[in-house]
Design a protein around this ligand. Sequence first.
Ligand code: NAD
Ligand code: SER
Length: 313
Amino acid sequence: MKDKILVIGSSGQIGTELVEALRVQFGSDNVIASDLKAPEIPGEGLFEALDVTDREGLLRIVKKHGITQIYLLAALLSATAEKNPLFAWKLNMEGLLNVLELAREKHLAKVYWPSSIAVFGPNTPKDHTAQYTIMEPSTVYGISKQSGERWCEYYYAKYGVDVRSLRYPGLIGWKSAPGGGTTDYAVHIFHEALKSGSYECFLGPETALPMMYMPDAIRATLEVMNADPGRIKIRSSYNLGGISFSPKDLAEEIRKIIPAFKISYKPDSRQQIADTWPRSIDDSASRLDWGWKPLYDLKTMTEDMFINLKKKQ
Ligand code: NAD
Ligand code: SER
């Protein structure tokens, strides 16, 4: 059967880059982008307007294009979700259940759904956080991701749905803007460093969090989805490690390129969210099962961000 891919939430931070990468792998005609809103810069392939909570609309698009795989990216992220918890719960859960149901009904062969480091909570050990550990998330986003993981595992165990998932750290890229998360500072800081030479950070200087450069995250997504099903032993979601740094560490790295760069700190409500998350991640299960290995560290990511952002100016 020919692979036909639907990416839901394709106009967001990850979708913008993932669609591009999937089109390289599967061919432009075989990857349909979909979102509530069309992308700011239209890509070369197909786009469908879709609200993932509209089950009938979703089924219509799946049938129309003969979709075999869905990458479900539509969600409210941590900071935005705290502003409207019940809506975040509805979107994050209904979207996932609509897609899992389509897979159970045999309309789909494979599903990708991202989880997050937000599944961990204030009682989780913070350093090299293990795959299996205390998980008591205290944000609505984290609760929805933890519940989503349980649903993914349930649909795999009960109905044989081939669903795969990664617990992304905070993602940093230059191609697209972040969509309302606690880790967004690590993208904004680069833009402000170039624009004004200074940045006021909404997290405190020592707040270390697990992070990853977008090219690594996109490659991880393709690798876990392309892996032989027998190698995917975890059907809730895999820990995924990249880099771990604080705003102070990142500012020091930026100063190696822009020596006059200044950072100040004004923590807001996102600090409380960050304080409940791990500082670093143990991703040994991903490494062992499907061969994960990140390529970028803080230095190479920072250099690459500036090279590309300067080209875009
Ligand atoms: P984003 O906010 O940038 O993009 C989400 C997209 O979903 C937006 O384009 C939005 O218009 C769309 N959308 C919202 N409601 C929709 C609906 N009802 N129907 C269809 N589309 C809808 O988010 P992102 O950063 O690209 O994240 C994608 C996924 O990855 C999310 O599940 C998120 O939780 C997860 N994730 C992201 C990060 C990160 O750092 N970016 C980290 C961990 C996990
Ligand atoms: N980067 C995401 C957020 O901050 C983590 O899932 O919400």
